[in-house]
Design a protein. Structure first.
Length: 190
């Protein structure tokens, strides 16, 4: 059984138990000591050095982290002697018949499906604020739905907005949902 944690920088990253393979995104490498893969799709040349420098990415490799990135970022990292894996975009688009990727996490979810994950746990992928997160949320929920459709168990940290209604209630069943919701520690979709 292959379980994967996808780790972002949102508040629920503090809830991560690190009990299986951990894939981090972008600046997670600057502060996290327990990563197996780092997915970096942002433009490294334009990345905010106040948050993370290219040295932070390079230091991740001293901890044995595998970088999965774009061709452009791979070219940039060659001068730093950082081993990289190029994201297989054309193969994934052909396999899943879509190029709907609104952010780095969407690429990671599709990659997890391709890697035959049995269970994916999301921590720090909260999408609670900022207009960009709200716009990207639909894409993540699309990929999560595809995962569930394929029989992959999905676990989402309870503080995340993913796969929840705006008010946290089940439409048309708010009485049931209000009484049952208090006993839920986290949202689990299986």
């Amino acid at each position: 059984m292959r379980d994967i944690i996808i780790l972002g920088c949102g508040p629920t990253c503090a809830d991560c138990k690190y009990d299986t393979e951990v894939w981090g995104v972008n600046s997670v490498a600057a502060w996290n000591e327990r990563l197996d893969k780092l997915f970096f799709f942002d433009d490294l040349e334009a990345f905010n050095p106040m948050v993370m420098t290219i040295a932070d990415v390079a230091n991740s490799y001293n901890r044995g982290v595998e970088l999965v990135t774009t061709q452009k970022n791979a070219e940039y990292c060659r001068g730093l002697h950082i081993p990289t894996t190029i994201y297989p975009l054309s193969e994934i688009v052909a396999e899943y018949h879509t190029a709907y990727f609104a952010n780095s996490i969407a690429y990671m979810l599709a990659y997890a499906m391709r890697e035959k994950a049995d269970k994916v746990k999301l921590y720090g992928i909260d999408h609670l604020t900022f207009q960009t997160y709200i716009l990207e949320r639909a894409c993540l929920e699309y990929w999560l739905g595809r995962m569930v459709e394929r029989g992959i168990e999905v676990e989402i940290a309870s503080g995340s907005a993913l796969l929840k209604t705006g008010d946290g209630k089940l439409y048309g069943y708010d009485h049931f949902f209000n009484t049952a919701a208090s006993s839920l520690d986290r949202v689990i979709v299986a």
